[in-house]
Design a protein around this ligand. Sequence first.
Ligand code: C2G
Length: 491
Amino acid sequence: MALARMLSLSGHEVTVWSALPKVLEELRKTRRQKNLPNMEIPEEIEFNESIEEMCEDKDILLFAVPSVFVRSTAHQASSYVVDGQIIVDVAKGIEPDTLMTMSEVISSEIPQAKVVALSGPTHAEEVAKDLPTTIVAAYEDITVAEQVQSIFTNPVMRVYTNTDVKGVELCGALKNIIALASGISVGLGYGDNTKAALITRGLAEIERLGVKIGCLPETFRGLAGMGDLIVTATSKHSRNNRCGYFIGQGYDPQEAIKTVGMVVEGINAIPAAMTLAEKYDVEMPIMTTVDAVINHGADPREAVKELMGRDSKTELSKPILDLNYESAVMKNATLRTKGDQSMKRVITYGTFDLLHYGHINLLRRAKALGDYLIVAISSDEFNWNEKHKKCYFTYEQRKALVEAVRYVDLVIPEESWNQKRSDMHEYHIDTFVMGNDWKGKFDFLKEEGVEVVYLPRTPEISSSQIKHDLYDAASVEQSQTSHEDINTDPR
Ligand code: C2G
């Protein structure tokens, strides 16, 4: 209702549906939501019992139901949702038996929709008061996330985009468990030091699991991760925090939930968190302790003592040797460069479709010419409009592949033939490198003060060669199987 009010006040037409007709009746009559008594529901907001009508002609469908009702709600709506409909999910949680995040649950019921996760430090009580708030819209196609970004952006809401839906949703679900732990520590009479410890090490647990699942590390340092964890683990508005507090005070978990009187998503998320920790073999001591207290009757005070008594650990995620080696290389790089520059920067440009060893040979030799290699990858539009190349992989996919190459330090988009001159200055480039099929074509870049190097191409291999060979192989295979059919078919 807080988001409905915000969207309505920023000029959108908003209709609210609920599975409980009497709730709609009360909202219509009182124009108040019982958990947000001081928030007035704008007159322009309509209410509708028909989920079919709700799904007709909408720019977005916003799912804001408790995580345990997301599947049934999505199932009810599925047959009315049009192809390509953007659905925005703000429910946070993981389905215990399927381990699906909420957007995955909705997508499994409504495969024709594009489900965007919207998550971040956004307490409804503060959104209702128009207090400045930020949030992340996540979808693998950044342009769809940008559409949601524009709909939710207004003077009191700043929306950031992310493509790492899994990471954003994992944060949203698991941070509630850390908030329970934080509440328990306050209930036990512990102070801010303990709270800070639980937030910091709790986020480390979530990031460890997320990276194992393939999420982006920066997601956990972002608004859906760090941001939401801070606000949930420290705020009086947080139901998970309040529920934890009562448990720390000695309440039985079920009593504590009743006392809070609202959905405590952290408790719903514990079983899935434990299953994920086991499945991905990730140590999650804080969440395991919360599980012991909530679901296995462990005494909170004893549990904290156990946490504090664990064997000593390092904060570093990489083995010390790797880190020492990397810092030595960086230091060495500083020593090796000319003038005041911190390191020698090399750049190269290309499509890099169907990444093959010819590309890798080029990237390896380019990196050897300096300390930091930037690769400008041709965008889909640039490839199509300027290079008349139809790529097999999209820009995002080609970017992910090239970023995985250990010689590459940064990937940027190449959107026009003319960006090279300015790139040389923007990225403080020392050396520009291309395969020698481009020999002479970029000598003008010397005027920008950079070294221009053309490296011999790797003969015999190219993306077009790969496509050609595959096509030939497929057609040979095709003719063989049809030939075999004639021989083996009894008729
Ligand atoms: N390359 C190579 N050996 C191959 C194939 C490619 O050395 N067998 C090099 C190319 O010379 C180029 C880089 O790998 O330097 C990327 O190749 P493409 O993806 O084909 O790049 P191209 O289409 O040439 O685009 O503004 C410059 C353009 O974006 C370059």
